[in-house]
Write a protein that binds this ligand. Structure first.
Ligand code: SF4
Length: 194
């Protein structure tokens, strides 16, 4: 089914099975994602930068691996952050992780509205945060989510010995992300030229 029909139908289903706030937020995200151009519709440089971001997200996720910090970091914090035991950093407002650049980069590497799958459970912070973590695979997560190392996570990866390699990957991702947003801004400004 085409995204144009699928999004409103899925929104109706989400409204029946999910907290309304989550269903509505994700509908808006899916609509924004649908409006972004695919990689074939942007410059080769911009498309290469978004592809590089995907490679780095996968590499970083693998390098971080299984960690314990994220399971209990939110205990004792006020809601929405402390609503679940873990995932304190995911207690933010959805749009704060899903800015236009992140959505554009994801669209260019193949993320479609149907890939934005929801968790089961209360809505507490980002729409994709559930009681056991994020409901999205790394291919469909914003870059910010993958490269953010809170102090607890930072200490954990340094304690086990691979902190420098992980921090280097974070820095590489930040550099590529900055290049991507500048290429995208350039493209958008050209579109506005008379
Ligand atoms: S997309 Fe996933 S990792 Fe990113 S803030 Fe939302 S729940 Fe957290």
């Amino acid at each position: 089914m085409r995204d144009g029909m699928w999004i409103p139908l899925q929104h109706l289903l989400d409204r029946l099975s999910q907290p309304k706030t989550r269903a509505d937020e994700v509908r808006r995200l899916r609509l924004r994602l649908r409006e972004e151009p695919a990689s074939s519709e942007v410059s080769a440089e911009e498309s290469a930068a978004s592809a590089e971001l995907l490679r780095l997200r996968r590499a970083l996720k693998e390098a971080i691996g299984q960690v314990v910090s994220c399971r209990t970091c939110a205990i004792g914090h006020p809601p929405p952050h402390g609503h679940f035991a873990g995932g304190h950093c995911c207690g933010l407002v959805t749009e704060d992780a899903w800015n236009d650049d992140e959505i554009a980069a994801l669209r260019q590497t193949g993320t479609r509205p149907a890939h934005l799958q929801l968790p089961v459970g209360d809505h507490a912070g980002c729409a994709f945060r559930g009681p056991t973590g994020c409901s999205l695979s790394v291919e469909h997560q914003p870059n910010l989510c993958v490269r953010y190392l809170c102090p607890d996570l930072f200490r954990e990866v340094y304690a086990r010995g691979d902190g420098p390699r992980i921090v280097a990957l974070c820095q590489e991702m930040e550099d590529v992300y900055l290049r991507f947003i500048s290429l995208r801004a350039e493209r958008l400004s050209k579109l506005q030229e008379p």
